[in-house]
Design a protein around this ligand. Structure first.
Ligand SMILES: Cc1cc2nc3c(=O)[nH]c(=O)nc-3n(C[C@H](O)[C@H](O)[C@H](O)COP(=O)(O)OP(=O)(O)OC[C@H]3O[C@@H](n4cnc5c(N)ncnc54)[C@H](O)[C@@H]3O)c2cc1C
Length: 291
């Protein structure tokens, strides 16, 4: 199917893009990588009057680590920039593990991290990592900049907290309080598929004790599931088999899967439990070897 007719702008600055969105009164859509928006247009799930393509805006294609460990990911940082990033490989195990399993290599060349978070697909990979890592989105609108904590950003399936005249200019991930550990595991029917179930775990470790545990789930609820509260049973504790089992049970209970063509609800919940256990076991083993 062809998209409905739309006007097209490719502004050269964030200010110009915001002004166009503002004038459009909610009838325009931002386009970053277009890897979700273009299929939505073609299927006529979205029929905006205007597309505001941000790809001509210079200076948004970065990711950088501050001296204090804060990570910034600009609105035009592509999935593959993170997949092949030495910075991410060295500093952010949860993001690094996810980067290789987002969509397929072709989509990863164009799709953006921030676009994926904005898309708020319940099966999207990056929103789950952002919630586990307690990230935030920096938005720019007619009244300036504001920061939106990730726990408040995903409002529902394909719905985020941005106003119609705001652009997400970057994602920010705070520094780990201690050593950053964690992982991302995804069950997909074949390479390039969305998650049947996936689990993002981020741990800040102090020796063998967990200072802060973060977790979020994709594919097992009507929106990305914030499982931070569930996995917080690990805070202040060591990764013993009993503590790992308690955390995996708590996270599995936080999932809200539905039976569909990808599997039964019970199967998906079991996958969540297995993945949490695997990620935590792996961290525990790595820490033991390092000690
Ligand atoms: C074949 C295929 C397989 C895929 N598999 C997966 C998968 O396994 N896991 C996964 O997570 N994703 C998957 N995707 C989606 C893909 O990762 C997209 O790249 C991503 O979801 C959206 O990023 P984008 O930059 O392409 O955003 P776009 O498609 O440009 O935009 C998506 C939405 O976000 C909004 N938006 C984008 N950027 C901004 C911004 N800076 N400010 C405000 N709003 C913004 C747009 O208006 C639109 O509503 C798949 C896509 C395809 C085509």
């Amino acid at each position: 199917m062809y998209p409905s007719r739309f006007a097209y702008d490719a502004p050269a600055s964030v200010g110009e893009a915001v002004a166009i969105l503002d004038r459009s009164g909610g009838e325009a859509k931002v386009m970053a990588g277009g890897q979700s928006l273009i299929p939505m247009l073609k299927l006529r799930f979205a029929s905006p009057e205007r597309i505001v393509d941000i790809n001509n805006i210079p200076g948004l294609d970065y990711h950088r680590l501050d001296a204090d460990g804060t990570l910034h990911i600009g609105a035009l940082c592509r999935h593959e920039d993170l997949e092949f990033s030495e910075v991410i490989a060295q500093s952010h195990p949860t993001l690094y593990a996810a980067a290789a399993v987002v969509a397929d290599p072709i989509v990863r060349t164009r799709g953006t991290f921030v676009g994926s978070v904005c898309h708020a697909d319940p099966q999207g990979d990056w929103a789950a990592t952002m919630i586990a890592l307690d990230g935030r989105i920096v938005a720019v609108g007619p009244n300036g900049r504001r920061e939106i904590p990730m726990r408040d950003f995903v409002l529902g399936p394909f719905t985020n907290a941005l106003a119609y005249n705001e652009i997400a200019v970057e994602a920010v991930i705070p520094p780990a309080k201690g050593k950053a550990r964690g992982g991302y595991l995804k069950l997909e029917r074949r390479i390039g598929d969305f998650a049947t179930a996936s689990v993002a775990v981020a741990l800040d470790m102090d020796g063998d004790v967990v200072r802060r545990a973060g977790c979020a789930l994709a594919g097992v609820g009507g929106k990305t599931i914030d499982a931070n509260q569930a996995i917080s049973v690990l805070n202040g504790k060591a990764l013993t088999p009993d503590n790992i089992e308690a955390a995996a049970d708590a996270v599995a209970a936080a999932a809200d899967p539905r039976t569909d063509h990808r599997g039964s609800a019970a199967y998906k919940r079991q996958i969540v439990k297995t993945f949490v256990t695997r990620i935590l076991d792996n961290v525990a083993r790595t820490e033991q070897k390092a000690a």
